[in-house]
Write a protein that binds this ligand. Structure first.
Ligand SMILES: Cc1cc2nc3c(=O)[nH]c(=O)nc-3n(C[C@H](O)[C@H](O)[C@H](O)COP(=O)(O)O)c2cc1C
Length: 200
């Protein structure tokens, strides 16, 4: 986990893939760069560090919420916003992302305090795919899920087609359209977090 040190909004970034050559991790790299340039204090995590069993209510009732879900829930709760770069699987949300979101949605208490980690978080969505649609079909489903768990999902989103060519391995972006789309999405996320901070 890497923590930003600036005074801007605290934004958590993760990719919904643990594949070593993940193109969504590249999109998350680019989002991390863009958000940092916009003044956000960015925390980047890998879901590989939060290995969770499949959601199972018997497991939850008998053994409690897994430590990895509690740990990531604590991280989510400590941020104003979240950027998720998720792959599309069969036009929908990959099981890793859905399982992670679902476990965290079951949390009601953190360190003795009532807490619902997703509640009120601003969320921006991105998807990277080598197909032409850039994973956009999954984003509408992920949007609905994140709204169901209490997040404020911003309108702007960033679907990147032909991602292996569009996204460089070091977070650089090769084409202007993707750069503009990601820039708009990240700016909107930062602006929403800042406006919210001013209103409370
Ligand atoms: C089970 C499965 C289903 C997939 N379905 C889609 C799909 O519907 N649309 C798409 O654009 N890519 C699809 N793909 C290809 C992924 O976009 C591709 O594997 C991509 O690299 C995954 O992102 P990652 O590299 O960040 O893991 C699918 C891949 C898998 C494993």
């Amino acid at each position: 986990m890497t923590d930003g040190q600036t005074a801007g909004p605290r934004i958590l970034v993760f990719a919904g893939s643990v594949k070593k050559t993940s193109i969504n991790a590249r999109l998350a790299d680019s989002a991390q760069n863009a958000l940092t340039e916009l003044g956000a204090a960015v925390t980047r995590v890998s879901l590989a560090d939060y290995d969770m069993p499949l959601v199972n209510e018997d497991l939850k009732n008998n053994e409690g919420i897994p430590d990895a879900a509690m740990d990531l829930g604590r991280v989510v709760a400590a941020h104003d916003g979240v950027f998720i770069a998720s792959p599309e699987y069969n036009a929908s949300i990959p099981p890793l992302v859905k399982n992670t979101v679902d476990w965290i949605s079951l949390i009601r208490e953190i360190d003795g305090q009532a807490a619902k980690p997703w509640q009120g978080r601003y969320v921006a969505l991105g998807a990277a795919s080598n197909g032409k649609l850039g994973g956009i079909r999954s984003l509408y489903q992920l949007r609905a899920v994140m709204m169901a768990v209490g997040c404020q999902v911003i309108t702007e989103q960033c679907a990147v087609g032909g991602a292996s060519d569009a996204l460089g391995a070091d977070g650089t972006i090769a084409d202007e359209r993707t750069m503009a789309l990601l820039g708009r999405t990240c700016k909107s996320l930062v602006d929403h977090c800042k406006r919210h901070a001013l209103s409370v």
